[in-house]
Design a protein around this ligand. Structure first.
Ligand SMILES: [Zn+2]
Length: 756
């Protein structure tokens, strides 16, 4: 046998051997060999790998210790959305959940609930193709996450290959990445010994660790993984969630010993109660219990709201409280100018974290609760919620306590404060308050908003203080020479920042709405609104009523959004952002036709069309036609002699249009992107898609291209800019090559879509 083959064979055996011992040690906790023996095996494997770079395998267990640092994480689209769970703290709501599920499934449905501990970590999706780990991604916004494959490989109970001879074609295992209490304590002990600040809690530490670009550091943090859900599955099937978990443990995953199947909600409740007593003794932090319909087909049938699967809910254990001293009150200026009191506390342990600051909500509440500086106060914290001061303990006062007076001037700019109409909040009315601007930019640049990598707090302070940035639009006018003079900013980091700012232009309307300081418009509302409205023009002149009726926003949010867009300064801001090239439309337009989701009623005799022809035209553009006017009606198309429907529409405030106006609507629906929208990242580019893509159907690829401004044609020609080629591409590939058309795979396609 040639020496090369010997090495290949030895390498293969060693990889298997080391993987097996990893599994025995980390998953089963039943090691067969001593640590010294393991180290010897591992060293031999490492030597062999280094001697034979030509035999490289990303899934060799040698990479458990991490690889070369990355420059940035690639953003990836989840094959199936990663939804978060609805949650509750009350038994009553759990029973309500059960009633909803039973009602939706109908009286004949027979099912069980599966319950498992809700470990407090970070959700992550692991994608296996033919049994090999090919992708690990964070949840991100549920649609897109970060590719953290290199980091996930260092997690010892993530199998790099599934332990089976016949792996499914595709299996996405979703689960929780977390840190054991013991590991967390050890890391903190070391940090304190080295004079560093200790980390706050295991969950934050896990999240921070997963975002490290150097996977060798991640390996040292000893993260763990437990499966708790499934994404895309091809080539196998599971009847129930518990069956899926069983199979996962066969494949080499760790399995929680606390998973139960329950016959009904009462049994679920017993588990919830029992588990509360157990959880403090567990080696990891658990903040609740996840309850789900075990039968996957039923779970699928129940579907999801825009945020949560309907067949699942998380029960969270009640908040914890602690008593401590309120040392000082700081006035914090928010991104909408709101001034809020923040309590500085004597540090206290609470729900597994050290708390030294807590919210006091607003000054009116402070007065009502008679909370004073120097008071002993009760602080509460539950789950994601920021700790807050519940009440003071006046019986413990010594007489030295001082009342908390609301500020008369903004602590940042000295402008006299104002009360916002109809609200208790006190605001700084200064349009150019530097602190408001700092907060606006901080939020705008944050990961969940426009995600401008490298634009951190210190840098924002400098940009605002030097006057380089006086508005959001100024960010896009920064030049390299402006940046290079700033503290800790070299040419290279300046270029990187400018590139990150440039990339942020392509985030789309949903992220933009969230990024702008519109009061009360949260992230999910913003995303939802963007999906329905499609373009910012649709919102610029919308009344509160219209927002409420057409986009189903709540009355308070509707009023805030309408008022915000009506403000001339905000309109100027939008115009400015658009002029510098920030995208103001949404990636995912309505699926079919520009009138999708709109409800029409037709009445009277139209001049040019029969009613039937009119109906067909509306439906062809994606709209719906009903016979009765109701609150759900968007338009009444009225011809001659309209009758009683007209009166009813007027009474309900439904928009009434004639045939000419309908024609304009239909024409607009025909070319949804025609009205002054900023071009998408693929504007003007012509694509052909061929073969089978791994993560999306061809139709989905087509929609993504069109949403980003590109065009899709069916034949490769000289006009084609890109051929997106999947598996088994066929003759189009040869033609593209012959014509010199650029051929890209799905990964490169994702990068194009992301605007990179
Ligand atoms: Zn101010």
């Amino acid at each position: 046998m040639a020496p090369q083959l010997d090495a290949a064979e030895e390498l293969r055996r060693l990889r298997e051997e080391v993987a097996r011992h990893d599994y025995l040690y980390y998953v089963l906790a039943e090691p067969e060999i001593s640590d010294a023996e393991y180290d010897r095996l591992f060293r031999r494997l490492k030597e062999l790998e280094e001697a034979h770079p030509e035999l490289y395998d990303p899934n060799s267990p040698v990479h458990r210790v991490g690889g070369a640092p990355l420059d940035a994480f690639r953003s990836v689209v989840h094959a199936r959305r990663m939804l978060s769970l609805d949650n509750t703290y009350e038994r009553g709501e759990l029973l309500e959940f059960d009633r909803r599920v039973r009602k939706a499934l109908g009286p004949g449905a027979s099912f069980r609930y599966a319950v498992d501990p809700k470990i407090d970590g970070c959700a992550c999706s692991l994608r296996y193709e033919e049994g090999r780990l090919v992708l690990a991604a964070t949840r991100g916004d549920g649609v897109r996450g970060d590719d953290i494959t290199q980091n996930a490989r260092t997690i010892r109970d993530v199998p790099l290959r599934l332990r089976t001879k016949r792996p499914p074609q595709v299996l996405e295992v979703r689960g929780e990445v977390f840190m054991d209490k013991e590991t967390f304590a050890a890391i903190n002990a070391r940090r304190v010994a080295e004079g560093e600040e200790p980390f706050m809690n295991p969950r934050n530490t896990t999240a921070g660790t997963l975002k490290l670009l150097d996977s060798r550091l991640v390996a040292a943090r000893k993260l763990r993984f437990i499966p708790h859900g499934l994404g895309e599955v091809v080539g196998t099937a599971f009847a129930t969630y518990t069956e899926f978990l069983d199979r996962c443990s066969v494949y080499g995953f760790r399995r929680s010993e606390h998973v139960r199947r329950c016959a009904d909600i009462e049994e679920v409740w017993e588990f919830v109660e029992d588990f509360e007593r157990l959880r403090d003794g567990l080696p990891y932090e658990v903040d609740g219990v996840v309850v789900r319909v075990d039968e996957l087909e039923l779970l699928e049938r129940l579907g999801a709201t825009s945020h949560h699967p309907r067949g699942m809910i998380a029960f969270k254990y009640a908040a914890e409280q602690a008593i401590t001293r309120l040392n000082e009150v700081e006035v914090s200026v928010g991104k909408t100018g709101t001034l809020t009191p923040v309590a500085h506390l004597e540090p206290v342990r609470l729900a597994g974290t050290t708390v030294s600051r807590a919210s006091l909500h607003n000054f009116e509440e402070v007065a009502r609760k008679d909370i004073r500086i120097g008071d002993q106060v009760v602080v509460e914290k539950a789950g994601e919620i920021i700790p807050y001061v519940v009440r003071s303990l006046p019986e413990r006062r010594t007489g030295s306590e001082r009342p908390i007076a609301p500020p008369e001037r903004c602590p940042a700019c000295g402008t006299p404060v104002r009360k916002r109409e109809g609200e208790v909040a006190i605001v700084c009315p200064n349009r150019s308050c530097p602190e408001v601007l700092r907060k606006v930019i901080r939020y705008y640049a944050s990961r969940r908003a426009m995600d401008i990598d490298g634009l951190g707090e210190k840098l924002i302070d400098q940009l605002v203080d030097t006057g380089l940035v006086r508005s959001l639009g100024d960010l896009y006018r920064l030049r390299l020479e402006d940046l290079v003079g700033l503290e800790r900013m070299g040419k290279r980091s300046g270029q990187k920042l400018l590139a990150a700012i440039e990339r942020s232009k392509t985030r789309g309307l949903g992220r933009l709405l969230n990024a702008l300081p519109i009061p009360h418009l949260g992230r999910s509302n913003g995303m939802d609104l963007a999906r329905k409205a499609g373009r910012i023009e649709a919102l610029l002149n919308a009344s509160a009523e219209e927002l409420e009726r057409r986009y189903k926003l709540g009355p308070v949010v509707s009023a805030d959004v309408a008022a915000w867009f009506a403000d001339p300064e905000n309109r100027a801001l939008i115009e400015d952002l658009r002029s510098v090239g920030v995208r103001t439309d949404e990636e995912r337009p309505p699926a079919a036709g520009g009138l999708a989701g709109k409800v029409f009623v037709i009445t009277g005799t139209l001049p040019r069309r029969s009613r039937e022809a009119c109906k067909q035209a509306i439906e062809a553009a994606g709209g719906k036609v009903t016979s009765q006017v109701s609150r759900k009606t968007d338009y009444l198309v009225a011809g001659e002699k309209p009758g009683s429907k007209l009166a009813k529409a007027q009474a309900l405030g439904v928009r009434i249009i004639d045939e000419d106006a309908l024609d304009r609507l239909l024409a607009e629906a025909d070319r949804p992107d025609a009205v002054g929208t900023a071009p998408g990242p693929l504007a003007g580019k012509v694509f052909v898609v061929t073969g089978t893509l791994a993560r999306r159907s061809r139709e989905e690829a087509k929609q993504a291209i069109e949403a980003a401004g590109g065009k899709v044609s069916s034949q490769v020609s000289r006009k084609t800019d890109y051929l997106v080629a999947g598996e088994k591409p066929g003759s189009k590939l040869a033609k593209a090559q012959a014509l010199g058309v650029r051929v890209i795979d799905e990964e490169a396609f994702d990068r194009l879509l992301a605007g990179d």
